[in-house]
Design a protein around this ligand. Structure first.
Ligand code: SAM
Length: 349
């Protein structure tokens, strides 16, 4: 046994446990508005923050100490003030920041909520369907992905597709499949008022939330319907989009075949999937560590609960996705762009 390696591992695991223990405290801070108040008001003593947030100072002192030990806030012993630095605010306080992480903290809790069912499935096979997860899964997914879509979809992703923005400007028919809470659908509908958008998802609770978002934004060019990826209604679409959902489907090739049937001959299928390399060993890094956790707890069980149960997993990689898409009848698949979290594929017939 190498003692230096052992000590290094102990150090790593203490850090990991500290991070895991922080999840609950970060979410309490978020729910009580502590990060947003610190971001707005700047450096504060514990008592000043307690008053501004209407919380008990004794609890807050412990929370602030844990946050300072985590490098999530800083502490100045000379003034006894705590500060949420600008960089930390980007992760914890600013909802639209490109590195907003609060949805991921919510997700970590949501992924664990159905641990007993997933553990059972390890022994007995079968799956756990999307709708059987706790409600936090749906809102955490929407909260995690929304900033990425708000900052990239219209500005950076759609322009990389062949001729699509022109069609959207002039008035196109678009289906957003596996739309969840519908943020991607709403963002596109806001940007292209002459086009008509319909969001489909097989989870009725998510469609109800998406309808509420559509109403909130007072959009008359967007609607939502319950529908599976293999059977959603309608056709003659100029564009079909799948955001972070193809790998969750039981039969992604069947879904690809249905997309082909519902697209116009010159239509485009935009598939946004988690960023991943093709081989597992390419993904053994901090981001892969998080995606494989989500995949074990949610994506694989969701797919295995459906027909076929292809279970591509959240780190499928471009080669596997390409295989599934071409097996559904598409002639070309092109990676048009990427971010640290997502790759964008364009499939044409
Ligand atoms: C990770 S979520 C992504 C949701 C949304 N597109 C987003 O980016 O926030 C995956 C979504 O796929 C949906 N889904 C999974 N399998 C499906 C299927 N066979 N047909 C339709 N929707 C499906 C789930 O209900 C869920 O809303």
């Amino acid at each position: 046994m190498d003692e230096a390696k052992l000590n290094q591992l102990v150090g790593q695991v203490i850090n990991d446990l500290g991070a895991a223990a922080s999840v609950t405290l970060v979410r309490i801070g978020d729910s009580l508005g502590l990060y947003k108040i610190m971001h707005e008001k700047g450096s504060m003593t514990c008592e000043e923050l307690a008053q501004a947030a209407s919380v008990h100072p004794r609890y807050l002192r412990e929370w602030l100490a844990q946050q300072a030990a985590s490098n999530y806030v800083t502490y100045d012993s000379a003034t006894t003030k705590f500060t949420l630095p600008e960089e930390q605010a980007m992760l914890f306080a600013i909802e639209d920041s490109p590195v907003a992480m609060m949805g991921a903290f919510d997700g970590v809790v949501a992924w664990g909520e159905q641990a007993a069912k997933v553990q059972d499935a390890f022994r007995n096979g079968g799956g756990v369907s999307w709708g059987d997860h706790g409600p936090c899964l749906f809102c955490s997914t929407a909260r995690f992905f929304r900033p990425g879509y708000a900052l990239n979809l219209v500005q950076n992703w759609l322009p990389t597709l062949d001729g699509v923005v022109e069609k959207l400007k002039n008035g196109a028919q678009v289906a957003d499949v596996g739309c969840g809470h519908g943020w991607s659908t709403v963002i596109m509908a806001q940007a292209f008022p002459k086009s008509q958008f319909v969001g489909y998802d097989f989870h009725p609770g998510s469609i109800a939330a998406a309808e509420a978002h559509g109403r909130e934004h007072k959009l008359d060019n967007v609607r939502f319907e319950v529908g599976t990826a293999k059977e959603y209604a309608g056709g003659d679409f100029d564009l079909v989009t799948f955001f972070d959902c193809l790998h969750d489907m039981g039969d992604p090739t069947g879904a690809a075949a249905h997309v082909k049937q519902t697209l116009k001959p010159d239509g485009s299928w935009m598939v946004v999937e988690p960023m991943a390399g093709d081989k597992m060993e390419d993904n053994l890094h901090p981001r892969g560590r998080i995606f494989y956790a989500a995949s074990t707890m949610v994506c694989v069980p969701t797919s295995l609960s459906q027909e076929v149960g292809a279970a591509l997993g959240a780190q499928a990689g471009e080669a596997k996705l390409r295989e599934v898409i071409t097996a559904g009848g598409f002639g070309t698949v092109r990676r048009t762009t990427e971010t640290p979290f997502n790759m964008v594929l364009e499939a044409r017939v």
